[in-house]
Write a new protein. Structure first.
Lengths: 273, 577
């Protein structure tokens, strides 16, 4: 669907640190294809991330980028978008970065509804620190030395939490379906508000069993809804492996209020005795 | 003390909601209209309503910037919670106390001062007027004692209460005159402050002043989380930023606010946040990110009593260590401190300009005393145009290097929108291009670059203020400067010349400039408001001090006043001779 040559122009010369077979390669590729499809100028595009394997993604792109600190991608992205509303701002990162250390920002980014896109590459593990459980890890996963009996904690439900927090665009994508992901990223960027893509992106190193995901994912049969009650029912009744656009609403996006203009000299005069 | 140097220190106290602070604000306004200078502190408890509340004023015909050692007059609307503020209102046998006989017996802690007590039926005077309030009777009494004009009081009442309607204004004015016309033979030591010449003056708080300085410096984006005692910075900025095309966002926490500021400044917009100790702790990692990724930003820290939640409504200088040393790794950045309420304008503006010029974070160390006190102060000089950061030019090849090593250490910063300069800002150590690197030479080069741009910069004369001469000196910083200056003035009158050095630029340290300042000083008194002598240890770490150094370090919440500094200095000089 997209000219691959054009997509390649969005890649930088930096070689990814990712392991062979990492799902994040497909996300990177889908991002560049979406940018190319939308014909976004590199200089008007900023990709913002936190810390983790997937958070390395800005350096692999030729746009502007910020590889910030753990958990704060959405805060940096929000500041940039508020200061420079005309830019296309995409935040990206992993499940630990977005849902654990950055969890509070996720809730508030959803409800603030700034016009930006957030892609979380979820592999249910902390890869950069060599394989610990993340908020989306299932409770009986025992392969980490840190939680040898499993976490025993119910996994975080990213899409349902985004819905409850007021996100206006919620989709799930799978790195094994790069075309489907590209289309969702295009729609997400075009959406005038906060768009969240929960991207299932397997870790072949610490979660080799995720190679089976390609046999487990399925596309949503339903059309997307703008009714949060219907969306919630669907989200609670699927197994978290269904992909596609789940929910899209017209909640108003944050925008600057027009007010009467004044000068700093006028403010100074307020203090005069 | 000569009449010329006479000042009036007045405390107005009552339970929260009694209107003590309102009277204080009106009195300050009136004093200003009468050509006087003044400063008003607020002493309030943590309760939203019903706790103690006190307006603590000092009025003078000359500029005045710190509290005195004692109070001339205490007007107490009730004695509830008197034990909580008694220590903040030192009284003596020359002081007057005005209270209502119906308010119960005067607490021992107040009575023991030996002050003259005058009982006036404030409550019944107020109750004779429909809608009358005791605090306005008090305002009338004080106005009459100070020989201030009734007309300016009525102006102050009207402008303050106009929103409450005509009846409220009328009731208050009537109460005011009941107090104003009350016949007493009370006299203050110098009932009339003699104004030499009326000059243009501002009525401003330190938090407002810092906010104004930020705008003058070019700040157009603010993200912050509410916190006592910094919130007024944000409340003042919010509507005004909108009117000059800027944005203020209330963030979900301080982790968000500092990182939003990083993002906005990365986008090329001059950005700032304001907080207090607990928020500064949360922001430390984000400030470190700004150091590493060379993003200019300003953090105004209005220090309160610490550690932890500490004493949110009271002042201290105990965030010095975290401001200077709070970041992990080698993280050179700027720390500046305003020395008075009006200096909050200039120092905050300077911080913005330094941050922008040097592409690094600047922390402005204000405190609750400066931030929440209001002052009648001379109008500051008009500032020049804001300095801006060095921005990269568009290129058509891949030559742009965000972190290029340059002579000054500052490299042109690309901002989104500039073609050909796309780069990834990074908290990871990086090469000149911005690409992550853990190679030793890259780390050393970038550490040197970030250090060098600060150490090679000429900060000019603003780094410190120095007053007077001699071999005996006081060294201090921030809000204790005013008390040190007044102490030096008193000592001078007693025949003891004292030099006062107050450091405005706390980081980076200015070793050569300090060496010049300290040349010929044989005895040095360090004055600071912290328990662990943070400033003294800072001085020891960075500067060569004279052999004879004494330290006067007291934590909050009580202010450091000129008298105690005089005593400490006389003791130091006495011991040496």
């Amino acid at each position: 669907m997209t000219d691959l040559k054009k997509a390649k122009a969005y890649k930088s010369e930096v070689k990814p640190i990712w392991c062979p077979g990492c799902g994040d390669f497909s996300v990177l590729s889908a991002l560049t294809k979406a940018f190319a499809f939308l014909e976004l100028a590199q200089q008007d595009l900023a990709v913002i991330s936190g810390i983790g394997c997937s958070s390395r993604i800005p350096a692999y792109l030729s746009s502007y980028g910020f590889h910030g600190i753990h958990g704060r991608a959405l805060a940096i992205a929000a500041g940039l978008k508020l200061a420079r509303p005309e830019l296309t701002v995409v935040a990206a990162g992993g499940d630990g970065d977005g849902f654990s250390i950055g969890g509070n920002h996720f809730l508030h980014a959803c409800r603030r509804n700034l016009d930006m896109t957030y892609i979380v590459m979820d592999n249910e593990v902390y890869g950069m620190t060599k394989g610990q459980a993340s908020p989306t890890t299932h409770p009986d996963w025992t392969a980490s030395k840190l939680t040898p009996h499993g976490t025993g904690v119910r996994p975080f439900q990213p899409a349902a939490i985004a819905l409850a927090s007021g996100a206006s665009f919620i989709a799930r994508a799978f790195s094994g379906d790069p075309n489907g992901m590209t289309k969702l990223i295009i729609d997400a960027i075009k959406h005038p508000g906060f768009s969240f893509i929960h991207a299932l992106s397997p870790c072949p190193t610490f979660r080799p069993e995720q190679k089976q995901w390609k046999n487990q994912v399925q596309k949503y049969e339903h059309e997307p809804t703008d009714d949060p009650v219907i969306a919630a029912t669907r989200l609670y009744s699927d197994d978290g492996m269904s992909t596609g656009l789940i929910f899209q609403s017209k909640y108003p996006a944050w925008h600057r209020t027009d007010v009467e203009q004044a000068s700093i000299t006028q403010f100074e005069e307020e203090f005069l005795v | 003390m000569s009449v010329q140097n006479c000042t009036h220190s007045i405390a107005i106290t009552g339970s929260g909601g009694s209107g003590a602070i309102t009277v204080g604000n009106m009195l300050l306004q009136q004093a200003a209209k009468n050509g006087l200078y003044g400063i008003m502190r607020r002493s309030v408890g943590p309760q939203i309503r019903g706790g103690e509340s006190a307006a603590l004023l000092r009025l003078s015909a000359q500029p005045v910037a710190c509290p005195d050692d004692r109070f001339d007059l205490l007007v107490a609307f009730d004695w509830n919670n008197a034990d909580r503020f008694a220590l903040e209102i030192p009284l003596d046998s020359k002081s007057l106390i005005i209270t209502d006989p119906g308010s119960g017996s005067i607490p021992d802690v107040i009575r023991q001062s030996g002050a003259t007590v005058i009982e006036i039926p404030l409550h019944s005077m107020a109750s004779e007027i429909s809608g009358g309030r005791i605090n306005m009777v008090g305002l009338g009494l004080i106005t009459s004692l100070l020989n201030l004009s009734a007309e300016t009081a009525v102006d102050a009442i009207t402008s303050t209460l106009v929103k409450k309607g005509k009846e409220a204004v009328e009731a208050s004015v009537n109460c005011f005159f009941a107090g104003f016309n009350y016949q007493t033979d009370l006299k203050l030591s110098c009932p009339t402050l003699v104004v030499q010449q009326k000059t243009a003056r501002w009525n401003i708080s330190g938090n407002e002043a810092a906010a104004l300085g930020a705008l003058q410096g070019g700040v157009r984006f603010v993200a912050a989380y509410p916190i006592t005692p910094a919130s007024e910075v944000l409340e003042w900025l919010s509507p005004r930023l909108e009117k000059i095309g800027g944005t203020l966002l209330q963030a979900e926490d301080e982790l968000a606010s500092i990182n939003m500021v990083v993002g906005a400044s990365f986008g090329g917009v001059t950005s700032l946040t304001a907080t207090s100790g607990p928020g500064l702790s949360l922001m430390s990692e984000g400030i470190g990110l700004a150091v590493a990724s060379e993003i200019p930003l300003v953090v105004i820290n209005v220090t309160r009593g610490g550690p932890s939640t500490g004493i949110p409504t009271k002042s201290e200088q105990s965030d010095l260590n975290i401001a200077i040393y709070g970041m992990h790794g080698d993280a050179p950045h700027l720390v500046v401190a305003p020395q008075s309420i009006s200096d909050c304008v200039d120092t905050t503006r300077w911080a913005v300009q330094l941050a922008e010029t040097l592409q690094t974070p600047a922390i402005v160390l204000s405190d609750q005393f400066l931030g929440q006190s209001r002052s009648i102060t001379s109008v500051p000089e008009s500032p020049g145009l804001p300095k801006t950061r060095v921005i990269a030019k568009a290129v058509t090849d891949s030559s742009y290097q965000r972190y290029a090593i340059t002579d000054s250490g500052v490299s042109p910063m690309a901002i989104p929108g500039i073609a050909g300069c796309g780069y990834t800002a990074d908290g990871l150590e990086h090469k000149a291009s911005g690409q992550p690197s853990s190679i030793a030479t890259d780390h050393h080069d970038q550490l040197d670059k970030r250090q060098h741009k600060l150490s090679s910069f000429d900060f000019g004369e603003n780094w410190a203020d120095s007053h007077g001469a001699g071999s005996v000196a006081i060294i201090t910083w921030g809000s204790t400067t005013a008390a040190a200056l007044e102490a030096a003035q008193r000592l001078q009158q007693m025949g003891q010349p004292v030099k006062v050095i107050s450091i405005r630029l706390l980081a980076p340290a200015q070793v050569i400039k300090m060496e010049n300042e300290l040349a010929g000083i044989t005895q040095l008194l360090v004055v600071e408001q912290s328990h662990s002598q943070q400033f003294y240890h800072y001085l020891r770490a960075h500067y060569t001090l004279p052999v004879n150094v004494s330290v006067y370090a007291k934590p909050g919440p009580l202010p450091i006043t000129p008298g105690v500094i005089c005593n400490a200095l006389q003791q130091m000089v006495g011991e040496a001779s």
